[in-house]
Design a protein around this ligand. Structure first.
Ligand SMILES: CC(C)(COP(=O)(O)OP(=O)(O)OC[C@H]1O[C@@H](n2cnc3c(N)ncnc32)[C@H](O)[C@@H]1OP(=O)(O)O)[C@@H](O)C(=O)NCCC(=O)NCCS
Length: 146
C-alpha cells in the first residue's frame, strides 16, 4: 500500500540519501549535511512510502501567498510510471492551492516536460498569449556558461 506523508521526523535520513542516490543526484548526496539543511529549511516536504520503503519525495519553497516553488521531486527508478510523482506533486499543489504562482526549473528533457505539463504547468517557451520569460542565475555559473 502506498502512503503519502509529510512528517519528516518519521523517516531516517539514510533512507533519504538512498533515494537521492537512486536518481544519481550526487550534487546533494556528496554533502549530506547541506542536504539535511535544505530539507529542514524547506517550506513543505512530502514523501511516499511503499511497504515501509521510501520511494519518493518532493519539497517546496513558498511564502504561502504569492509563490510556490517546487525545488525537488524524485521517485526511486524501480517505482517510476506508477503515479507516485503525480501524487506527490498534487499533494504539494493542494497544500499551496491559494498561492498565485507555481514555479519549477527543470532540465530540458521530454519526460520532465510531459510530467509537468500533465500536472497543469506551462513551459514559458509556450506562453505566447501571455508572453513570459523565466530567468535563472546560478552560483558558480556565468551567463556565458549557459
Ligand atoms: C520525474 C519523476 C518524478 C516522475 O515520477 P513518476 O512517479 O515516474 O511519474 P508518474 O508516474 O506520476 O507520471 C505522471 C505523468 O508524467 C508523465 N511522465 C512521467 N514519466 C514519464 C516518462 N518517462 N516519459 C513520458 N512521460 C512521463 C506522464 O504524463 C505521466 O502520466 P501517465 O502515466 O498518465 O502517462 C521521475 O521520473 C523521477 O524521479 N525522475 C528522476 C528525478 C527527476 O528528474 N526529477 C525531476 C527534477 S525537475
Amino acid at each position: 500500500m502506498l502512503e503519502i506523508k509529510n512528517n519528516l521526523r518519521e523517516i531516517g535520513f539514510e533512507q533519504i540519501i538512498e533515494l537521492y542516490n537512486s536518481v544519481n543526484w550526487t550534487a546533494y548526496t556528496e554533502n549530506p549535511v547541506k542536504l539535511k539543511e535544505a530539507l529542514l529549511n524547506s517550506s513543505y516536504v512530502v514523501y511516499a512510502i511503499q511497504d515501509k520503503k521510501l520511494v519518493g519525495l518532493a519539497r517546496s519553497i513558498s511564502d504561502g501567498v504569492s509563490i510556490h516553488y517546487l525545488q525537488d521531486i524524485l521517485v526511486h527508478p524501480d517505482f517510476h510510471k506508477q503515479g507516485i510523482g503525480r501524487k506527490l506533486l498534487e499533494n504539494c499543489l493542494e497544500n499551496f492551492k491559494e498561492v498565485r504562482t507555481h514555479m519549477i526549473l527543470t532540465d530540458d528533457e521530454e519526460k520532465q516536460i510531459k510530467f509537468y505539463e500533465s500536472l497543469g504547468y506551462t513551459n514559458t517557451k509556450n506562453t505566447s498569449k501571455i508572453p513570459l520569460n523565466a530567468f535563472v542565475k546560478m552560483k558558480d555559473l556565468n551567463p556565458s556558461d549557459f
